[in-house]
Design a protein around this ligand. Sequence first.
Ligand code: SAH
Length: 342
Amino acid sequence: MPQALLGMEVSEIQEILGPEQPEYRARQLYEALYHSQATDLIQITTLPGTLRDRLASNHTVGQPTAERRYESSDGTRRYLLLLDDGRTVETVWMPEQTRDTLCVSSQVGCPVDCKFCMTALMGLERNLTAGEIVGQVLYVARDNGLLGEGSRLNIVMMGMGEPLLNLANVVKATRILVDPQGVGLSEKRITLSTAGIVPKIAELGAEPVRPKLAVSLNASTEEMRQELMPITRKYHLKDLLEACRAFPLRPWEKLTFEYVLLKGVNDTDADARRVVKLLANLNCKVNLIALNPGPGIPFETPEPERVQSFQALVRRAMPCFIRKPRGLDIFAACGQLKRNQG
Ligand code: SAH
């Protein structure tokens, strides 16, 4: 099978081209892949024809193709993208007045098993490569004309999968996405969300180029968190908050904590007060997500008044927002990515 170039950095491209090619050739190819977003090697006319033909005999660019695209009444689009090995992965585009947000996947399926999330029902199929993560961005950006001058594109690594269990590929993809010679996005506009894989948080913090960190808190006590998110039996709340406190924030950066509200389970005023206590002294904001329901999920969505009351209590201590559900009608909202045919 031909080898995909997408996901390679300049040094790897240099190796593919061989020592007889000057370094600037590797840079030209790198820029063609990520900056000009070539979809076919034949388009890369900055390279000599002979070199292009030789490359094309055993390599491809490696962008994914769309197997299906689902359109929500709110403008959100959910893509089912086909990968080289026949597996599929989901990516969601959420247009807004002043910006666009792309929600990309880091794994096919997810091993984490949160009780309120539909992706958990798939289990883990495999990690995505850096090229497959960048490929999601390039495909959906091209389909909707999102890159170029004045682009206001935000990337959230909050689709299928647990990004910190695929950290090397997620970080490599981020380097390519923010490199001005690469895709050229702003480092301030890329965020990863984790269920709280504690040892990986310090590893992420040590990376010179990395996404911002969001943490799925989802409960106000250790017991409830372990019930809702079994993986947290291994990664305790106390250690998670310790790792967050030690996380080296950049001057412009805050931590984000996400909190899924489940009716009658973790949505009381007492929960809100405990959240405030847990997060005191952290430079952070909180995003509340009222449960997005789905088949196989044994929880209900709280009433809007309950969500607002929870927000009001948290907001006394720190910024707190309610995440507006996007693409609910096409199974594109948080926790709904499971290749549903909606
Ligand atoms: N594995 C990572 C990335 C997934 S992000 C993580 O756990 O953070 C998805 C976000 O949506 C997480 O904050 C998760 O808690 C939330 N979520 C999952 N299922 C949901 C559902 N059914 N309704 C609303 N939010 C959900």
